[in-house]
Structures are given as C-alpha cells and as structure tokens.
Design a binder for this molecule. Structure first.
Ligand SMILES: NC(=O)c1ccc[n+]([C@@H]2O[C@H](COP(=O)([O-])OP(=O)(O)OC[C@H]3O[C@@H](n4cnc5c(N)ncnc54)[C@H](O)[C@@H]3O)[C@@H](O)[C@H]2O)c1
Length: 403
C-alpha cells in the first residue's frame, strides 16, 4: 500500500505542506507506508510547476478537480485563501479524499458549519492544521502545566505580532478583503486563540473589550500574481483594505482571564507568537523569536534566587526525539518543522496507525469551527463597543489527553 498525496495551493504555506509530505516518512520510525508525491494544484501554472519541481512532486494541476478525480491520490492538503476552502474541501471529501485544511477553517461561519457537516458525513479523515500545537516549546509548557507542576492557571497574556503589512506599498491580496476580524485576527489571531486554550487547558467562555484598527487603509493593486505577503510588482492604482491590521480583546476562560493582541503592522516582529502564563506555583513564557527555548519560573526556588530560567528544547521535550534528523538538545527548531510534525500526524491517521502521546492526531473540523466561533465573538464584541460576547461551549480535541 502507498499513500498518494497532493497539495492545493503552492503559496507560502502550501510549500510548507509540500516539504512536510516529502519529509514525512523520515520522521518517527519507518512504519508509515510509502508516500507518493503526486501533484501540486495551483491555479497559477507557473507557481504549481515551480513547487512541483522543487519538492519532487510528479506533476502540477491548474484545476483542483483534476486532483479530486485522480484515484491514485488519497490525501490532500488545502492551502489556499480562506474563502476558497469550502468549495475545494467539500469537493475533495465528496470524491473520497482525506483532507488536511489550513486554518482558519473558512472565512464565514456558514461555510465552516457546512464543512463540519461534510466531514461528519464522510468516511475519510478531515483535519485542520493548527500548526503551533506542534511547536516543541509550546507543547513542553503545556505538558508541564497539565501535569499540575505549576498548579492552577491564574492568567494568560498572548500576542501574535507580525510585520508583514508594515510597508504601505506591499500589494493588496485576499488577506485584506472581508470585514473587521478577517484580517490580523483571522490570520494570526486564530493561532494564538487555540494556543491560549491549549496552554491554559480551558476553553474561551466569552470575550470582551474588542478593538480593531486598520492603520493602512489602502494598498496598491499588484501588476502580477501575489503569493504570501509580497513578491509582486505593483501598479499605480489603489484598492481599499477592508479588515483589521490590529485586534485586541480580553478573554474569559471561566475562572481564568487574559488579554490577547494581534497585529500585522508590528514593526520589528517578522512573525512572533508569544505568551506568558501565570500559575499558582510559577510561570512560563515563550516567544517564537526564540523558538528553540522557553522560560520557566518556579516559586519553590529559594528566596533571592527566584527568576526565569531558560530551557533549551531537546529530546526530553515533545516532537524532538525521532522527529528531527539530529534529535539532540540545542539543535534548534522552527516553524517549518511544525508542518513536518503536523503532516506526519495526518498521514499517520490516514494510514490507520495508532495515535500516540508523542504524536497526537491533528485537530478536527469541529475544533476549526470552534476557533472561528472565538473569532466571531471578538467581532461581535467589537460591533457592540467592547461588550461581552459569548463563545459557544466546545470540547476541543487538543485538550484531551492521549494515553
Ligand atoms: N499554519 C500556518 O502557519 C499558516 C501560515 C500561512 C498561511 N496559512 C494558511 O494557509 C492558507 C494559504 O495561505 P498562503 O499564505 O499560503 O497564501 P498565498 O497567497 O501565499 O498562496 C495561495 C496560493 O493559492 C493559489 N490559488 C489561488 N486560487 C486557487 C485555486 N482556486 N486553486 C488552486 N490554487 C489557487 C495562488 O496562486 C497561490 O499560489 C490560508 O488559509 C492561510 O491562513 C497557514
């Protein structure tokens, strides 16, 4: 048996998925069946061809339906603009493919709910890529907190600072379209939201104090195709930015509270998910700028010596042992590795291999819908001048323990 894979979308994150499928069999032992890299689907044939060549896929397709129709393809990543997720994901599920969809699940709650229904009606694996669950330092902090070593969580502060929109001349793209909440909040706020739940072990009950800011209200129309955050020459015509450059809100986890801020115009932070979590017996903090380490403070340390210690991630922490070719302490780890661990976990489930504590299965579409309901509550709070907005109850898979 072999698993034929394809990636739809050859952009920034699509290349992450392509590289991850290529690496998948080289991680965590040799029990995964052969993985055949079959197609990269991109509406832009030049992008599809370049990615297929670069990552060793057999071909590229300009229409995702060619991938849906190919009986040799079993598992597909959907890595295109959020508004395109529903049509492609539902088409793939109807064709009997296993699907790994990028976050956020979609751009509207209506589409996200339809995708959940499609996943529930399908016999194949439908998962969402909540990549930062695979960060070794973040998973290490989660493990320490869930073991009870730090006692009860008291409060949490999280930011996702990015600077990809700082340049007012960087071109307009799908990222700038949609109403307030579909900008920085949906793009990077989606990540810090599930990380907040993963770390505190609690779900959002409500949010309040939401505030959105659009700092750069128009951007140039590109004169070519755009991928990622830049890369195209621009015309002298401008188009309006419809969504948030900055979003901030207060989170209520039902007993524990916290503040969350996200931005795509935070100069000096190329991409930095960061948080601090304060607990009864100590605290912990992480910043993506220093991905290979985290900081821990234990109240038990002798008076006069108490302070944050820096812990370098290594084989005693999640994902490293067996997950990196050189799985030694201090070798470093990055966002690309998160895709490797994530896509390996997806293929593990597709292949029918058991879920393990070391490599939990990916989050499901209901988790993705819950993530969007958090975003929707922040949008509603913003519309009501910061009044509290309820987040529907949820039981995300990433809060359950794998035995
Ligand atoms: N998990 C993460 O860390 C992470 C990081 C970045 C982006 N993302 C997510 O990945 C998705 C894609 O983001 P990106 O930054 O890679 O976007 P991108 O703009 O860089 O790339 C999108 C690609 O899709 C192609 N495309 C457009 N319409 C298409 C269609 N109908 N069929 C096939 N291809 C089509 C474009 O030509 C482009 O190459 C988004 O949902 C985003 O939120 C996740």
């Amino acid at each position: 048996m072999s698993i034929g894979v394809a990636v739809i979308g050859a952009g920034m994150a699509g290349r992450g998925h392509a590289a991850a499928y290529r690496a998948a069999t080289s991680l965590y032992g040799s029990d995964l069946p052969e993985v055949k890299l079959i197609s990269i689907g991109d509406v832009n044939a030049q992008f599809g061809l370049a990615a297929a060549k670069r990552f060793g896929f057999e071909r590229h397709d300009s229409d995702w339906r060619a991938i849906a129709d190919d009986p040799n393809i079993h598992a597909v990543s959907v890595v295109v603009a959020n508004s395109l997720h529903r049509e492609i994901v539902e088409g793939l599920l109807a064709a009997g493919k296993h699907v790994l969809c990028e976050k956020p699940l979609s751009d509207t709650l209506e589409d996200a709910r339809s995708m959940v229904a499609a996943a529930n009606n399908s016999k194949t694996v439908a998962r969402i890529g909540l990549t930062f669950l695979r960060n070794p330092a973040i998973a290490a902090i989660q493990k320490i907190i869930s073991s009870g070593q730090l006692g009860k969580v008291l409060h949490f502060t999280g930011n996702y600072w990015a600077d990809y929109s700082c340049d007012p001349m960087s071109p307009i793209s799908w990222r700038y379209k949609g109403g307030m909440g579909t900008g920085a909040l949906a793009d990077v706020g989606s990540h810090i939201s599930y990380v907040a739940e993963f770390i505190t072990g609690q779900t959002f009950k409500s949010v309040s104090g939401a505030r959105f800011v659009t700092s750069i209200t128009e951007r140039p129309i590109p004169s070519g195709a755009v991928q990622g955050h830049s890369g195209a020459t621009v015309s002298d015509k401008m188009d309006s930015v419809e969504n948030d450059d900055y979003a901030g809100f207060i989170a209520d986890f039902g007993g524990t509270a916290g503040a969350i801020q996200v931005s795509r115009v935070a100069a000096g932070h190329p991409t930095s998910l960061e948080f601090e979590v304060y607990c009864e017996k100590g605290s912990a903090r992480f910043t993506q700028a220093r991905n290979g380490e985290f900081e821990l403070l234990l109240n038990d340390d002798p008076y006069g010596q108490r302070g944050f210690r820096t812990v370098q991630v290594g084989p005693s922490h999640p994902y490293i042992a067996g997950g990196l070719p050189v799985d030694a302490p201090g070798v470093g780890v990055g966002q690309n590795d998160q895709f490797f661990f994530q896509n390996r976990a997806f293929l593990q489930e597709v292949a029918g291999l058991a879920e393990t504590a070391e490599l939990p299965y990916c989050a499901n579409f209901e988790d993705g819908l819950h993530n969007m309901e958090i975003i929707e509550a922040v949008i509603q709070s913003g519309l009501k001048s910061g009044a509290s907005a309820t987040v529907p109850a949820a039981n995300p898979t990433y809060l359950k323990k794998v035995k």
